[in-house]
Write a protein that binds this ligand. Sequence first.
Ligand SMILES: [Fe+2]
Length: 369
Amino acid sequence: MILEPLRFYLITDLHYFENSLGAEGEAYEARSLTDQKCIAETGAIIDSAFAQLAADTQVNNILIAGDMTFNGEAESHRAMIKKLDALQAAGKRIYMITGNHDGDHEAYAFSGANRIDVEGTAREELPNLYYEYGWKDAIAVESRRRCYVAQLGDGVRLLGIYHNLDDDNSGFEDIMDWILAQVADAQRCGDLIFGMAHVPILPGAPVLTRVGDATIQGGKGIARRLADAGLALMFTGHMHMQSINKLATKRGKFLFDICTGSLVGGPCAIRNISIDENRVMRLTTGTVADFDWDRRGMTAEEYFVWRFDRKIGHEILSKIKNKQLACFLGKGKLFRFVVERVRNIFYGKELDSRAAIDLRTGAVTQLPT
Ligand SMILES: [Fe+2]
């Protein structure tokens, strides 16, 4: 089928937390300190982002790459789905997958100095909960992991890959035959097919090859097989970072893994993507510039940077047993340098946020600001 030019937004890692469960006190503050993403603020951020998406009448498709809730709280899922319903009622077609934070977690909230247990969500329930947003319009469904293929428009299909039921990032081995059959079917019909999976296949930065859950297991091998089969593009989330990585195979094929920052933490990213009839994809990145929260005088961007730096700083300094020494080091230039280096990796280069990618040749160019 001839590709009709397509436009869509892509967001990920919304991590909505329903504050009525309990989102304040000592235990909350301690947990918040260890997180780059927001928790209690998520409702305000998502509402602001969804208002922005609803206001753009030129772009009606929205893709979400998983982690809808903080840790799978049933109340958070219920409220998140209401937000999706409202966005759909505003005229948007939403296609989502779930992530590792959406089910089978020990769900909890906060009360004073304690964490309290709250109702969680079994992973098997998720396809039914989010049936409206991907599975309903699927032209093919994989029954065990409930992956799906949706026809986004004339000549272009989305392969939504559900996060592994076992929650161990163990790759796509159990569904590889189904995926390859879907890629072959799209090619038979002359359609472009691209994927969306929660956990990256390729590491977002070289240093992340040492981080256990930064990619699915055997990611490079999987990327090679997908590329050789003709799948050239995969959108991912999970790492809360902006990156575009390409793997080229000996057969002259390639696969791009485009990872997007969490909507509710720095780098807060809303990707605006178009694919034209020549299979050239153009991708720019916006953000949530404002949300209804007491940010203590900071802009939204400053607030996200502050949270990011606080988390990284806490992670580094909490490893130093001598608290006086930690306090001294925390004020030093070297400490600031390290925190900024880490932040720069996750926020990505300009090319990671503004790029044109020719999906026929694999050529990448940076778009002007
Ligand atoms: Fe996440």
